[in-house]
Ligand binder design. Structure first.
Ligand code: FBP
Length: 554
């Protein structure tokens, strides 16, 4: 790195805060809770995870003894999946935590995600390397990837590659799929007496890896702040020019947490929440109708402008399209060999010819571009690549058609000009907010403490983050506790259950009480850019989602 920006330089000196239990180092007193089960399909999960199932929840307290050093170890770290702000601070936390256990401990970073573990590509992370990346965004210190770790051959390569480097503990930093992999690997290593611990850390801007014990996935806070800044800027532009409706798609592969948080921060005229679409069994036509009604109502008040937020994962929540996608997934998986050589148009034609009649009708009602996008290759975890599906353009066009029909029928007299946007990659590598910088460092340090405590198959947990960091509660959660069985790649697989937006949860309920007003009024809020320096009330914020979830109010 030759030149760094003035902000980067100043930010490098930021010392992230830690929970009080970890302030004296990662050697902690471990309090064990009751044995745990799984969120669903308990017997299936118990059978698949014979040696790691049922472990207790762990909570750390500051060690009161002068416990001395633990024997020196080598550990490995992997960044897995999409980038999320704060990943480098997790690594810094693991590094510092390990050094606090024994200054002779060494940390190796596997390159380009889980692939590096399988291929044995790693670099030793020295203090110089780690220091250069403290408090920075991105995953460029060691890179990331989406390779799925699932076969015994991969696990054996991983074991051999760890053995070459003398590694006896691995930290896997990833989302629900990657932590599922971490759990499967932990079970494999433990049941085969490989002598390698595996600890997960909750990462994803999507915010859908959370539960009673994991109150946020890191990166969600920063990414939402970046998008909300941009949406606020668009709101101001819309209200200044008064001539465009902006349709903004927001990243978040499945759940609508990002769209909801950005709506809470900016107060747009309409925000689609996918989970509500599914609960109300809304068709695509019904969604278009609701948006068009808001446009028409504003037009009647002389306001031919506005902001619509659309969650990236919407398409999979519209009931008829959900059924279609499930059929497509099965078709594309079962016939993979037959259609491998086809281009995307060929796959689309194959799908159209082999779907059930109901799904074929839905498929043919979609624009050709969307049909092709739905038939693109799945990601390595079997997910539709929703970030490549242009729902914002589709909805803008369909709302335009609906308004044109209403105009012809004399029901609407307005102007409707649109701009479309997709905010996703813009936020994934932003410099972490204070919340994410502190949270990530604490997660990494907690992972080191779990290693020091000899645990495996755990996810690092840092709770009570609505309070100042000293009051945060660190510990570990057995990953099996979060699992259930789901259909993936045409087979039933154990996976961590995704946390979707709860319609009876405080964040959605608050949004619901406000949205009718936001639709008609022009009541935008302009959050502005993330503040790293300055008064605590602008720098040390938590998301509105977390505040509402934990305190029930803003
Ligand atoms: P993770 O679940 O791995 O954190 O990734 C989340 C995400 O950013 C989604 O919001 C988005 O749909 C997807 O990654 C995009 O993936 P890619 O980086 O492969 O285009």
């Amino acid at each position: 790195m030759s030149r760094i920006s003035p902000l980067q330089k100043a930010r490098a000196a930021y010392q992230p805060k830690l929970p009080a239990a970890l302030a004296a180092g990662a050697r902690v007193k471990v309090l064990e809770g009751e044995p745990t089960a799984a969120v669903a399909d308990v017997e299936a999960i118990r059978n698949l995870f014979k040696t790691t199932f049922g472990s207790p929840v762990l909570t750390f307290e500051a060690a009161s003894c002068g416990c001395g050093e633990l024997p020196a170890i080598n550990a490995g770290v992997i960044l897995s999946g999409g980038q999320a702000p704060g990943g480098h601070n997790v690594i810094a936390g693991v590094f510092d935590g390990l050094k606090s256990l024994n200054p002779a401990n060494r940390l190796f970073g596997f390159l380009k995600g889980p692939d590096g573990l399988v291929k044995g590509e790693a670099v030793e992370l020295t203090a110089d390397i780690v220091d250069a990346y403290r408090n920075t965004g991105g995953f460029d210190m060691i890179g990331s990837g989406r390779t799925k770790l699932e076969t015994p051959e991969q696990f054996e390569c991983a074991r051999a590659n760890c053995a070459k480097l003398g590694i006896t503990a691995l930290v896997i930093i990833g989302g629900d799929d990657s932590n599922t992999n971490a759990c499967v690997l932990a079970e494999y290593f433990k049941s085969n007496q490989a002598g390698i611990q595996v600890i997960g850390c909750p990462k994803t801007i999507d915010g859908d890896l959370k539960n009673e014990w994991i109150e946020a996935s890191f990166g969600f806070d920063t990414a939402c702040r970046v998008y909300s800044e941009l949406i606020g800027n668009l709101c101001r532009d819309a209200n200044s020019a008064k001539k465009y409706w902006h349709f903004v798609k927001l990243m978040g592969r499945s759940a609508s947490h990002i769209a909801l948080e950005c709506a809470l921060q900016t107060q747009p005229n309409y925000a689609v929440i996918s989970e509500e679409v599914a609960a109300r069994k809304m068709t695509l036509g019904a969604i278009v109708d609701e948006i068009a009604q808001v446009v028409a109502a504003r037009a009647a008040a002389g306001k031919n402008f506005g902001i619509v937020l659309i969650p990236e994962g919407l398409i999979e929540f519209i009931p008829e399209i959900k059924v279609l996608i499930a059929e497509l997934n099965e078709l594309l998986a079962v016939n993979a060999a037959q259609i491998e050589a086809l281009d995307v148009e060929g796959k689309t034609a194959f799908a159209a010819a082999n779907l059930s009649s109901a799904s074929a009708a839905v498929f043919s009602s979609l624009p050709v571009g969307i049909q092709n996008q739905l038939c693109r290759d799945r990601d390595p975890h079997g997910n539709v690549q929703v970030s490549l599906i242009e729902t914002e353009k589709m909805l803008a066009a369909m709302v335009g058609e609906r308004l044109a029909a209403w105009k012809a029928a004399g029901r609407y007299k307005g102007k409707f000009a649109t701009q479309t946007h997709f905010f996703g990659y813009e936020g994934r590598c932003a410099a972490p907010s204070n919340y994410d910088a502190d949270y990530c460092y604490s997660l990494g340090y907690t992972a080191a403490a779990l290693i020091g405590a000899g645990r495996t198959g755990y996810m690092a947990s840092v709770r009570n983050t609505i309070e100042p960091a000293a009051q945060w509660i660190a510990g570990g959660i057995p990953i099996t506790m979060m699992m259930n069985m789901e259909r993936r790649h045409g087979a039933d697989k154990p996976v961590i259950r995704k946390a979707l937006v709860e319609l009876d949860g405080a964040p959605f309920r608050f949004f619901d009480t406000q949205r009718a007003g936001w639709a008609i009024e022009t009541d935008y809020v302009y959050p502005g850019p993330i503040q790293y320096f300055g008064p605590s009330e602008v720098c040390d914020l938590t998301t509105m989602t977390l505040k509402l979830e934990k305190q029930g109010r803003l």
